[in-house]
Design a protein around this ligand. Structure first.
Ligand code: 5AD
Ligand code: SF4
Length: 542
């Protein structure tokens, strides 16, 4: 194609997101930034001018999906050489240089800590003549590399990525009933299997005033439920007296082992603080996670539901439980991954706690919040995991009684301590069997947890029309679909899906106009992952 082809004034962007909720939020922020600059978003990548994949590196499986997409786009670029292909997120950060060499169809790479630079990168690609774009020297990159961990003296004001969160749109078109708000970026835990500390960098805590203000503005624009996000969300602490908000405690190179030490169970910064919002050792004012939860709950009274993920067991203090117990609009739901039920494996994972400490925490949580629901993550087939270790994890699931637990087969990630120091010695068929056994145990536990709700009333935040109803409307009843699409008509009632305060999925019949609001449902039946019920009575959303 001649290089003089004029780019359309409004470029069409296709953005696909892989992985965690943090990526979902990053994609939302990137989209609203690009929309504000005149880009339009499309659902079909084949009609896009810019294709962006927001990628995940946590497991190899997630990366493979992206490689197959990159291959497809490479083929398509033979007809559309001017198409811009960008990889953003953790894969770009983890393997940037390698990618450029292997995949000449990639035009730009942008790590998760550099997303504020994405519009500039796209612009630079567009300005580069098409025949030059595949060359490694021409690929537009914004990656943190390891420099981010070395600089423990970043002033908060210089923290460019904060600008991305601050640039969030509060236009009613873009704000929905449920929203994510980031409070912490990065991770300092260095669990030996995990790539996140390398791809997302050192832990950085956002200023509490920015967070409270963002929550307030979202609620003013119509948001009812906010989920606070952080890789170790309950480790949030903001030191008001310090020029630095990067926790520079641990700054090793890729692969270096760092021992998880720190707060003991049951005590956090808030718990040892000497004033309402805490004082650090040097007399500096600290906002702990418990303080932040209290502030959001109390200063944003119209917010219906406040939740947070993901909690790190070792940092879960009684001060957080106390704030939750005293504040009804903070959801009684915790995602608190244990990862293994064996002390030997936990030690090798560098998780910094024992099974006994984890279970003691669970007991303390249930004593403070009897109605709490818990979700977990476990990894099976970690190097040297024996049958005895595996059985211990099965017992942990039975003892904790998670409402649901994500089970992952261990996948060695390049650059992590586990990949460098331990042989991946559990055969894949053994991993698969253990995975299935854990899922079977959890399915029994989940059914029994859900059974306890039959006959009870639950408050449900309605998220959408259920998948089944959507399929039926689409394929089962052509007339309805025609009316819906062509005439903008919605059926008066349909099957809806939503979540309880405790994050249990509920399906019931109701009006599509209820999406985005909270209704009370009487539970009639339970399956391992779903409750089924009927409307009890609408709840005033004041
Ligand atoms: N292999 C398998 N599972 C992993 N997780 C993180 N890294 C790996 C890995 N290398 C899982 C953990 C974590 C979740 C997000 O992904 O259980 O909690
Ligand atoms: Fe990864 Fe551990 Fe940090 Fe979670 S706490 S993001 S598993 S290093």
């Amino acid at each position: 194609m001649p290089t003089s082809v004029r780019q359309p004034d409004v470029r069409r962007v296709y953005l696909e997101t892989f992985g965690c909720q943090m990526n979902v939020l990053d994609s939302q922020l990137v989209s609203s930034q690009l929309r504000a600059m005149g880009y339009q978003f499309v659902d079909d990548w084949k009609i896009a001018d810019v294709v962006l994949y927001n990628t995940c590196s946590v497991r190899e499986h997630a990366e493979q999906k992206v490689w197959s997409r990159v291959g497809e786009v490479g083929q398509h670029k033979k007809q559309r050489p001017d198409l811009v292909l960008g990889l953003i997120g953790c894969m770009a950060e983890r393997d940037g240089v390698g990618m450029i060499r292997r995949y000449p169809q990639i035009d730009l790479l942008c790590g998760p800590g550099e997303l504020d630079k994405l519009p500039m990168l796209i612009d630079n690609v567009v300005k580069t003549d098409v025949p030059f774009r595949g060359r490694p020297s021409q690929v537009q990159t914004a990656l943190q590399g390891n420099t981010h961990r070395r600089s423990a003296t970043l002033a908060a004001a210089e923290d460019q990525l904060e600008l991305l969160d601050l640039s969030r749109s509060f236009s009613p078109d873009e704000v929905s009933g449920a929203a994510y708000v980031r409070i912490t970026r990065g991770c300092n835990k260095f669990c030996t299997y995990c790539v996140v500390p390398f791809t997302r960098g050192a832990e950085v805590h956002r200023p509490p005033d920015h967070i409270v203000d963002e929550c307030r503005r979202l609620v003013e624009a119509g948001t009812q439920e906010i989920t606070l996000l952080g890789q170790t969300v309950n480790h949030y602490h903001y030191d008001h007296g310090a020029a630095v908000t990067v926790d520079g405690m641990q700054q090793p190179q890729v692969g270096a082992a760092v021992k998880n030490k720190g707060n003991s169970f049951g005590i956090t910064l808030g718990a040892v603080a000497d004033s309402a919002f805490g004082r650090g050792a040097a007399g500096r004012r600290i906002t702990s996670f418990a303080d932040l939860l209290a502030r959001i709950h109390d200063e944003v009274p119209d917010l219906q539901r406040l939740r947070f993920v993901t909690s790190f067991p070792r940092d879960f203090g009684d001060d957080i439980l106390q704030v939750m117990a005293e504040r009804p609009r903070i959801c009684r739901y915790l995602h608190l991954p244990a990862q293994s039920g064996s002390n030997r494996v936990l030690e090798r994972m560098n998780r910094g706690y024992t099974v006994e400490q984890y279970l003691e925490l669970i007991d303390r949580i249930r004593a403070s919040l009897p109605e709490v629901t818990l979700a977990g993550d476990v990894i099976c087939g970690f190097p040297t995991e024996t049958e005895v270790d595996h059985q211990a994890t099965c017992r942990l699931l039975e003892r904790v009684r998670y409402k649901n637990c994500f089970v992952f087969k261990y996948s060695p990630r390049p650059g992590t301590t586990a990949a460098q120091r331990f042989t991946d010695d559990v055969p894949d068929e053994v991993k698969r069997r253990r995975n299935n056994e854990l899922l079977a145990v959890q399915s029994r536990v989940s059914q029994s947890v859900h059974n306890e709700y039959v006959g009870k009333r639950v408050r449900v935040f309605v998220e959408s029309i259920s998948q089944r109803a959507r399929k039926e409307q689409q394929w089962g009843d052509g007339a309805t679909e025609f009316q819906r699409v062509e005439l903008g008509w919605e059926p008066p009632t349909t099957q809806l899906t939503g979540r309880t305060d405790g994050d249990l999925i509920v399906i019931f019949e109701g009006s599509p106009s209820w999406i985005g609001s909270i209704h009370e449902v009487l539970v009639e039946r339970a399956a391992p992952l779903t409750l089924f019920g009927r409307l009890a009575e609408p709840v005033a959303t004041v």
